[in-house]
Design a protein. Structure first.
Length: 164
């Protein structure tokens, strides 16, 4: 039986707090439209005998309902000498392929972490009031900066536009 070794997060170089997810203000009309779209997709799935699609639609509705009832918690972001700690998730620098900063205040202030593994999706971290140049200075000795990524990811744009 082997003992697990504790992960060394390293010395914290920069820290800030952010919400674990964005809670959007949604109108009554938003709920009516999203409910109608969900019901229409569910009917379509049943009529075409696409039961896996029907299950996915139901699961999506349940997940959206559960996230609506839950308030986001404040989480701490630590850029350390060994990696990036996002709440309870630690990403070692050897797992991070590159980083980029998309900064178009007041709405868009994001740090993107792209990973070497195809199994880990692009991670966007809100910067809030942290100076992006300070983050850049702290991360550059450890990770390559991707200067080509200068816009929000499609998923972030859609989530913001449709209040998902």
């Amino acid at each position: 039986m082997s003992e697990e070794q504790p992960i060394s997060f390293g010395k914290s170089l920069l820290t800030w707090e952010t919400l674990e997810f964005t809670k959007h203000e949604r109108s009554f009309v938003w709920y009516i439209i999203s409910g109608a779209v969900g019901i229409a997709l569910l009917i379509y799935a049943i009529l075409t005998a696409s039961f896996p699609f029907a299950v996915i639609i139901l699961m999506t509705g349940i997940i959206m309902l559960m996230s609506e009832l839950r308030n986001p918690e404040q989480i701490e972001i630590h850029i350390t000498t060994n990696g990036v700690l996002v709440g309870r998730h630690f990403y070692a620098y050897k797992e991070i392929k590159d980083f980029s900063i998309v900064y178009e205040p007041p709405k868009i202030k994001l740090l993107y972490l792209d990973f070497s593994s195809r199994w880990l999706p692009l991670n966007s971290i809100p910067l809030n009031e942290v100076d992006p140049n300070e983050i850049r200075e702290v991360l550059r000795p450890f990770v390559i900066e991707n200067l080509e990524r200068d816009q929000e990811s499609l998923t972030d744009v859609l989530a913001r536009m449709y209040k998902l």
